[in-house]
Design a protein around this ligand. Structure first.
Ligand code: PLP
Length: 392
């Protein structure tokens, strides 16, 4: 038995090489990667521009710490600010750190406003915000909380999409609202755009901060840099991670200058956050995605994937039920256990990710072409055929 702590259920697959939308397993098999390490390898594997940027940086300087200025960090913060609503960016290494940073920032904002009693958050059922003690309390998934002592206080959960419940949950102790514009882990559930717009109004009405957790849906996956752009509103704070480093661990807390006003020297920190090596990966990611027309192509290929997935799902009732999602973040709701579909897709040569609500998630690289879509859909078709209940 291996010394790796057994905190994961694993598929018994391992890979030695990646190239674009493909992964090559140690047993020689080739897989179409529509999992991308859970929305992480957002430009596919070994994108030449990212490889070169990281190689060049690795030969120069990896890390100095945030005791010193990091020009690559300043550059990335400016570019993220140009690409979003934000004026101010804090760098960390993961999604949960970005959520934690956003929660701390909102509490400090209220503190700086003379309202330190405002420290609680309203969160939504079905959310996933990470596995820290704070973020498991934010999402309240009983499986994630069990055995870890008293649940951290400060999070009040309401039904996702229910504005009345949300308004009723706001008290004089509320600091902010924390919502994923597209819920990922619970099964790719996009929020109504009207709901996102209303959240903005409610936050303004009560003087609390609106925090969007875009760790999974952000960084271009929906066909715009930030998923909330589809609603035409901006949050006060946004957490990012997963796709931002193209495979390198990079997280970020983005905020307006007003929201970030409590974050003065000494209030927050990270040893590794924003080091040169991480910044080289994320800056290279930005070079690619901010090029003219990139998101138009993501949007276009997302629509092709949507249409063809809807068609193949309709062909196999009893195996697949329906499709939902946004851009290149698509959930197939299964009729049979999603794990059966996912392992059968492995046999065909395709990787997807399970999610809540019996969903198989398609999270392909943003660089896919129509040929990859056709390949994926053909495999979904064969799996639909093979797993037809009448056949078994
Ligand atoms: C994955 C995810 C997180 C946690 O990210 P980690 O890097 O695993 O800590 C937080 N929020 C959302 C929306 C996520 O999808």
């Amino acid at each position: 038995m291996s010394a790796v702590m057994p905190t994961y259920g694993r598929y018994g697959l391992s890979f030695e090489r990646g190239e674009g939308a493909y992964l090559f397993a140690t047993d020689g098999r080739r897989f179409l990667d529509f999992a991308t390490g859970i929305a992480v390898n957002s430009l596919g594997h070994c994108h030449p521009h990212l490889v070169k940027a990281v190689q060049d940086q690795a030969a120069k300087l990896w890390h100095t710490s945030n005791l010193y200025d990091i020009p690559e960090q300043i550059r990335l913060a400016d570019r993220l600010s140009d690409a979003t609503f934000a004026d101010s960016v804090f760098f960390c290494n993961s999604g949960l750190e970005a959520v934690e940073g956003a929660v701390k920032l909102a509490r400090r904002y209220q503190f700086a406003n003379g309202a330190p009693e405002r420290w609680r958050f309203v969160t939504c059922e079905g959310s996933f915000h990470g596995r820290s003690l704070t973020s498991i309390a934010a999402s309240k998934n009983p499986k994630h909380l069990e055995g870890f002592g008293p649940e951290a206080d400060g999070f009040d959960m309401v039904a996702f999409g229910n504005l009345n419940e949300l308004r009723a949950a706001i008290t004089p102790e509320t600091a902010g609202i924390l919502v994923e514009p597209v819920q990922g882990e619970s099964g790719i559930r996009p929020a109504d755009l009207d709901y996102l717009r209303s959240l903005r109004e409610v936050a303004d009405e009560f003087g609390i901060l609106l925090v969007f957790d875009e760790v999974q849906c952000g960084a271009g996956r929906t066909g715009k840099f930030s998923a909330h752009e589809w609603a035409g509103v901006t949050p006060d704070v946004m957490s990012m991670a997963k796709g931002l480093g193209g495979g390198f661990p990079v997280g970020a807390v983005l905020a307006t200058a007003e929201a970030a006003k409590g974050m003065v020297p000494g209030t927050h920190g990270s040893t590794f956050g924003g080091n040169q090596l991480a910044m080289s990966a994320a800056n290279a990611f930005m070079d690619v995605v901010m090029a003219d027309g990139f998101f138009d192509r993501v949007d276009a290929i997302g629509r092709v994937l949507w249409d063809k997935t809807v068609d193949v799902v309709a062909k196999h009732p009893g195996v697949y039920k329906s499709v939902r999602g946004a851009g290149l973040m698509i959930g197939i709701i299964c009729e049979i256990p999603n794990s059966d579909v996912i392992t059968r897709l492995h046999d065909e040569g395709m990787l997807t990710v399970p999610a809540g609500d019996n969903v198989a998630r398609l999270l392909p690289p943003m660089t896919i072409e129509e040929s990859h879509v056709d390949e994926a859909v053909a495999m979904l078709d064969r799996v639909g055929q093979a797993l037809k209940p009448s056949n078994g």
